[in-house]
Design a protein. Sequence first.
Length: 214
Amino acid sequence: MKLKFISSMMIILFCMSCHKEQNDISSIRMTTCENTIDDLVGWEIFLDSNSQVIKKEIDGITFKFCLLNEQGKPDTVFNEGENFSLYFSVTNQSKKDFFYDGYALAFDEQFLRIYNSSNFDFGKSYNPLPQNDIGIAAYPFNDGDIYIIKVPWLHEKSSVLCAENFWYESIVQKPLVKGFYYTNFKHNFYFQGQQDSNTVKTDSIDFKINFKIQ
């Protein structure tokens, strides 16, 4: 009987430990000199979420990811045939100055791709134009600076456009039919400071937005 009681207590303690780990999956741990996110951090918007915007801050760096309707407001439910834009921004509110290539993310193959609930890949609505490799020092990211990437899903024709901070060639896509969709990408960010103690690195951060066409 005593052995059974001890076994039951061990099972309860193990379950409590697992539950705590699941709750802490998006927690941020920092080191003293170089700020680092340990393991995978997941930020996701569900259709029943209270907010339609992912807006998170890490050591004074604010990440924002959302979909915008034709009125420019964040949303996750769109009418069939309605256009929408994919929006991502990084803002420096750390009171520190960095170097950061905000254009690099646009060249990530997974960035701003659209999938349906069956994981069918609809691709992207843009093709980033080649970027000259001129060194990280050419991209100051000072306190108060913001990088914005905003790309509509539907373009009337193929043309060269500017998405706030980078130039791209538009890809003509068809309107999405009624159904459930998502956009998802993982990326690790690196903000190089003038001194090593100011450098901010992250491991892979998982961004995901679920949305609906009705």
